[in-house]
Design a protein around this ligand. Sequence first.
Ligand code: GDP
Length: 444
Amino acid sequence: MFDSLSDRLGGILDKLKRRGALTEADVGEAMREVRRALIEADVALDVVRSFTDKVRSRAVGVEVIKSVTPGQMVVKIVHDALVETLGSDADPIDLNAPAPLAILMVGLQGSGKTTTTAKIAKRLTERGKRRVLMASLDTRRPAAMEQLATLGTQVEVNTLPIVPGQSAVQIAKRAMDAARFGNYDVVMLDTAGRVTLDEALMAEVAEVKAATNPHEVLLVADSLTGQDAVNTAKAFDARVSITGIVLTRADGDGRGGAALSMRAVTGKPIKLLGVGEKMDALEDFDPQRVAGRILGMGDVVALVEKAAENIDIEKAKASAERMRKGMFDLEDLRDQLMTMQKMGGMGGLMGMLPGVAKVKNQIASANLDDKVFKRQTAIIGSMTRQERRNPKLLDASRKRRIAAGSGTKVEEINRLIKMHRQMADVMKAMGGAAGKRGPLAGLA
Ligand code: GDP
C-alpha cells in the first residue's frame, strides 16, 4: 500500500538524514524533490503546495535538539505534516444515536460500495455486537440486490427481503420500519451507483437521505482513481453532505494521491480503508499509522520525540531563570506553552514565579484550552529563531508566511503577539518589584 510514494519519500529523506549539518538550501532541495514525488503520486496541487510550505517554514524555524541530527528533525517535521494532512486523529464510524441508526452508503458504481457495506456490517456485528440489517436500494440492477443478499448470507447479517417494483425511498422506509419492529441497532442502506455522476443519482440519494435521516453518510471511493475519487467526494458532499469516506482498493494503490488529498480538499475524514476483496479486508484509517507506513521511518520519529522529552526539564529551568530576569521572548513563551500542554493545565513554570496568580488569571481569561495551546505552539514553531528572539521583526509578510506554515490565520498571530507582550509586561513588573524588595527587604 502506497509503496511507490513510500519509496520516493524514503529515498529523499534518507539522503537528508545522513547529513551532519543542513543548510536552508539542503532543505529547499529536499522539498523540491518531495514536491515532485507528491505530484507524481497524484496528490492535489493545493495540498502539495501547503504541505511543502508547511514543512519548509517549520524546518527553517526548528531548533535542533541535542542527540539527533538536523536531518532527523526534518524527518519528524515531514512525518507530523503528513499526519496533519491525513487528518490528525482517527475518526471511526459514530454509533452514538438512538436505534435504529441508519448508515447511508453512497458512491459510483464499481467503487466497491456493496462489498464495503457487507464488510462494515460484518465488523459491526462481530466486533461491535450490534444487530445489523442491510438493504439494497438499487432498483435498476436486480443483480446488485442479489449480490448484497449473497454477501449477507456469507457474513451472517440479515438483508431486507427483496420486493420487486418498489422505489429506492420505499425500500429505505421499509428497511427502517423493519429495523424498528425487529429491534435492530443499525440499518445499512446500499444506494444505487452510476458509472458517472449524474443528477438523477444525486436526486435519488438526497431523497433517501431526507426519508431516513442517516447518522452517517459514507462515500465509498476507489483510491486507484486518484483525483477523480477526490472530485467524486466533493460532488457528493456538495449535494448530500457526507460524514466520511471509505477508500477502497488501497491494497493496490502505490501512489496514495487520493488518501493524501481527501481530507484537505473535502474537509471530511477518511474513516476506513478497503484493503482487499475478502470480507475482513477493512482497516480503520489512522493518520498516525498511515503516515508511519508511508514514511517507513518510525524509529527516527520515535527517537526525536524521545529526545524532545528529555530536554524539556533543562529548558524549563533555563526559561524560568530568564523570566526572573525579565527576559521573556517568544521562545520562552513556546517552552511555557509546551510545558503547560504536557502538564495538562496551568501548572508548569508559572508556579515557580512569585505573585504568579495574576498572570495565571490573565491566561485563564484568554481561554487557553489545549487546542489553543497547540495552535499557538505551531505558530511559534513556524517562526525563525531570530523572530522568536525579537518579535518586532514580525512584519506583515513574515506573519503571512508563519500563518501558512502553521495552518493558522494572521489574526491569531496578532493575538499571540499581544498576549506575549502583556505577559512580558507583567513579568517585568513582577521581576522589578521582587528585585527592589530583594532578600533583605523585610528587615528594613
Ligand atoms: P459497487 O458497484 O460499488 O457496489 O462495487 P462492488 O462492491 O460490487 O465491488 C466491485 C469489485 O471491487 C468487486 O470485485 C470487489 O471484490 C472489489 N473490491 C471492493 N473493495 C475492494 C478493496 O478494498 N480491494 C480490492 N482489491 N478489491 C475490492
